[in-house]
Design a protein around this ligand. Structure first.
Ligand code: DQA
Length: 148
């Protein structure tokens, strides 16, 4: 069975508590359950990881490279949180590893503060899903399955 990593960055462990008007009432556990159920429906194995640390996110992207090369992994559905707007290291990790990444944002970052309008990940992402709430993760998994 092919695999997909759902990767969440800083502060997404606070989903459900944090700014519910922006991010809704789903907890991270709810989102991860939804992702695993989506995987079951589509016949792919979904694993989930959340980290508040940039280097751990870099290493998580690297860890998928071998699977992409040997055909056992489809890629990563990635909400990098605020690192989206700051991290050249994550840009380089995606570009250098050649891992297909679907960038997801729960909120519509373009309708928010201007510092959220720029993404270092978008130029190296295989696709971008913005502003569709937790459903964005489901669409990201579906996109990786369809493009494979
Ligand atoms: C976010 C948007 C980012 O600007 C923010 O820093 C987050 C969450 C989103 O899912 O809408 O932490 O990536």
């Amino acid at each position: 069975m092919k695999s997909i990593l759902v990767l969440n960055g800083p502060n997404l462990n606070l989903l459900g508590i944090r700014e519910p008007e922006q991010y809704g009432s789903h907890t991270l556990a709810d989102v991860e359950t939804l992702c695993r159920e989506t995987g079951k429906r589509l016949g792919v194995e979904v694993s989930c990881l959340q980290s508040n640390h940039e280097g751990e996110l870099v290493e998580a992207i690297h860890s998928v490279r071998q699977g992409v090369l040997d055909g056992s992994a489809l890629g990563v559905v990635f909400n990098a949180g605020a690192y989206t707007h700051t991290s050249i290291a994550l840009h380089d990790a995606i570009k250098g590893s050649e891992v297909p990444v679907i960038e997801v944002h729960i909120s519509n970052v373009h309708a928010r503060e201007s510092f959220r309008h720029h993404s270092y990940l978008s130029p190296v992402a295989a696709g971008i899903i913005v502003g569709l709430g937790a459903e964005g993760y489901v669409l990201g998994i579906e996109a990786l399955v369809r493009r494979s």
